[in-house]
Ligand binder design. Structure first.
Ligand SMILES: Nc1ncnc2c1ncn2[C@@H]1O[C@H](COP(=O)(O)OP(=O)(O)OP(=O)(O)O)[C@@H](O)[C@H]1O
Length: 616
């Protein structure tokens, strides 16, 4: 099985380098989207469900921007019309209006945030839901091409990124733009000359920001890359602990970790230091601009070109102006990175799904278990044929042993029967029906699969067995466990059937996990069985238990066994020998031995060795 291959590979190479699916891939890279506009459009299509709330947000943004812009103007009016003229009752009224304007600004900002958070969380919940549903409909082929880390990253980081940006950055960018434009217009209306003077600082601001971000971008991307590598290393050192210890590579992995840790520190320090420059620099420039307005404004006021109130308004406008300039660059980058994240999410949503059942697909409620492969060709990757013209006829209730060297294609045959992958040419029939004409759910529920490496969920033993048939009663579930010889060890667990297993049954032995898998399949009562015998040695008692359980399970059912045990091979009705994707021999044990061909050689070398081991 491919699972074994992974284990075998793990034994041969100590995972010091970065592996597939490391958590390192969980970092979302700040790459640009390929189709920014198209992606934004799609996000808006999702958000369009909440059209009324969006209009509300838009109104609030406009109102809060308006009040933000009008505030400094009112200060100028208060000075010119009421303070200088000592009109105190007018001043009180003006103060009231100003307080009202500021309160309304806050209220509108709060409301806009409130609605935007609601919209973004609902939108993202819908995207997350669509994405998760999509994952269940994707063919296994898709999961072969993507690392776990990458998929996890799309489901978590990228979606989270979209959510944060929707709730914070979109309204920020929008209101910053309005406030900027509005402020320039207001300044221009009050005094074009003073506007010109105060805006001279803007190009310098842009230049400084540009120079600093050019530098920080390099360090931030280095920081993100080395953090990814560091996370990958940590993840591998956790999952590969056994191998690391077995090969005494602790020292090596520590050195490797030190290197990556140091690299991360190097980038992180520089990224933080340079980006920390922006704030004080902007502050200085802002104050210079302030001083310019005060100086030039004072001169203009002395010459009665502008009033003192205009200077006060300008002083406030300048504060208001530089803030959005700084924010805009930042928020805009975040927005672009979120759009890139959203694009990665949409890419998954656009992937080709497992094809729908054909119209008029057959029901297969209780299959008899007759199986035929007719001239089946298959390749995982186009142009690399794995199975070539495989033909096989299996009668109801027969036991078929699939044998052959590693990589021969045994698991692949099983993958095709279950329709985990679809064949390229030929046909596979169950009870005379082509499997791609049978409802996929019916097909899979007529097949029972026990793999060497059964996945167990972090739930109770009871629920794990019940996964075979969700509506089974406790009695039926226990009966299945007894038939699977699992009852005895389950009763020894701290809470018996209610014991909660750790993730993937971490606390159980491989033999025990397989017994649970057998119980699961007994409960589902399939017509056709697919069994992958364990190659790794379990203790003799457990092995006898497993064999007994498997025999119980196989009674009266067609079974395909990827055989590693002599007893299985010798008792099989038909032994199918596969080599390099072709069936090269077929027959009973005695028949094949008599042919003195590939099986005979395989048996004499490989299985004689097994016999010696089992006799020890
Ligand atoms: N998902 C996949 N994508 C691409 N190639 C694959 C995939 N799974 C298996 N293969 C290739 O297909 C060939 C047959 O693999 P398969 O797992 O069927 O062999 P096997 O006979 O079951 O081997 P073993 O006894 O080692 O489990 C191998 O060359 C393998 O590398």
């Amino acid at each position: 099985m491919s699972g074994n291959k992974e284990n075998a590979n793990a034994k041969n190479s100590v995972p010091i380098g970065r592996g597939k699916g490391g958590a390192g891939r969980m970092m979302s890279k700040p790459v640009k989207a390929k189709d920014t506009l198209g992606t934004i459009k799609r996000i808006f299509l999702y958000m369009a469900h909440y059209r009324n709330k969006l209009i509300g947000v838009l109104l609030m943004v406009l109102l809060s921007s308006f009040f933000t812009i009008i505030g400094p103007y009112l200060i100028g009016v208060a000075i010119d019309d009421y303070i200088i003229t000592t009109d105190f009752s007018g001043l009180i009224l003006m103060s009231g209006i100003m307080i009202g304007a500021y309160v309304l600004t806050s209220l509108c900002t709060w409301l806009q945030n409130y609605y935007m958070i609601e919209i973004s969380q609902q939108t993202v919940a819908k995207i997350r839901n669509d994405l998760f549903q999509k994952m269940q409909r994707l063919p296994l082929k898709y999961f072969d091409q993507k690392t776990h880390g990458e998929l996890m990253s799309r489901l978590t980081n990228d979606v989270e990124n979209v959510s944060n940006t929707l709730s914070n950055s979109t309204t920020q960018v929008f209101s910053s733009v309005i406030v900027l434009i509005g402020t320039v217009i207001a300044m221009f209306l009050l005094s074009p000359l003073l506007t010109g003077i105060s805006l001279t600082i803007i190009p310098i601001m842009f230049l400084c920001t540009h120079l600093i971000t050019k530098k920080t971008r390099k360090y931030f991307s280095g920081q993100q890359k080395s953090l990814g590598e560091l996370n990958g290393l940590i993840e591998e050192s956790i999952s590969g602990q056994k191998v690391i210890k077995a090969f005494a590579k602790e020292e090596d992995i520590l050195n490797d970790f030190d290197q990556h840790n140091e690299q991360f520190r190097h980038y992180a320090i520089r990224a933080q230091i340079y980006s920390g420059l922006i704030f004080p620099l902007m502050n200085v420039l802002n104050n210079i601009s302030f001083a310019l307005v005060a100086g030039a404004g004072g001169y203009l006021a002395a010459n009665e070109i502008i009033t003192v109130g205009v200077i006060a308004s300008f002083a406030n406008y300048i504060r208001q102006f530089t803030r959005p300039v700084n924010e805009l660059a930042n928020e805009f980058n975040m927005l672009l990175s979120a759009v890139a994240g959203a694009e990665r999410v949409f890419e998954v949503l656009d992937e080709k799904e497992e094809p729908e059942d054909k119209v008029g697909a057959y029901d297969l409620i209780e299959a008899n278990g007759k199986v035929s492969f007719n001239q089946v060709d298959f390749s995982y990757i186009k142009g690399v044929p794995i199975l070539k013209k495989v033909s096989l006829n299996v009668k109801q209730g027969q036991m078929i042993a699939l044998v052959g060297p590693t990589g021969a294609g045994k698991t692949t045959i099983i993958n095709l029967l279950t329709r985990f992958y679809d064949i390229d040419e030929g046909e596979i029939l169950i009870d005379g029906y082509a499997i791609n004409e049978i409802k996929r759910n019916h097909l899979r529920s007529s097949l029972g699969i026990v793999l060497q490496d059964t996945y167990l969920f972090a739930e109770s033993v009871k629920d794990n067995i019940r996964y075979g048939r969700l509506d089974a009663t406790d009695e039926e579930m226990k009966e299945a466990a007894k038939l699977a010889n699992a009852h005895h060890f389950i009763m020894k667990l701290p809470e018996g059937y209610d014991t909660i297993l750790s993730e993937d049954g971490g606390g159980l032995s491989q033999g025990q996990r397989q017994l649970l898998a057998i119980a699961r399949v007994i409960l589902s009562n399939p017509s056709i069985l697919i069994l992958d015998e364990a190659t790794s040695s379990v203790d003799t008692r457990t092995e006898i238990h497993i064999q007994e359980a498997m025999l119980n399970l196989m009674k009266g059912r067609t079974s395909f066994v990827i055989a590693h045990r002599l007893s299985t091979i010798e008792n099989a009705d038909v032994i199918v020998v596969i080599n390099e994707g072709k069936i090269i021999e077929k027959g009973t044990h005695q028949e094949l031995l008599g042919q003195e061909g590939f099986y005979n050689d395989l048996y004499r070398t490989q299985f004689n060795k097994l016999k010696e081991v089992s006799n020890i």
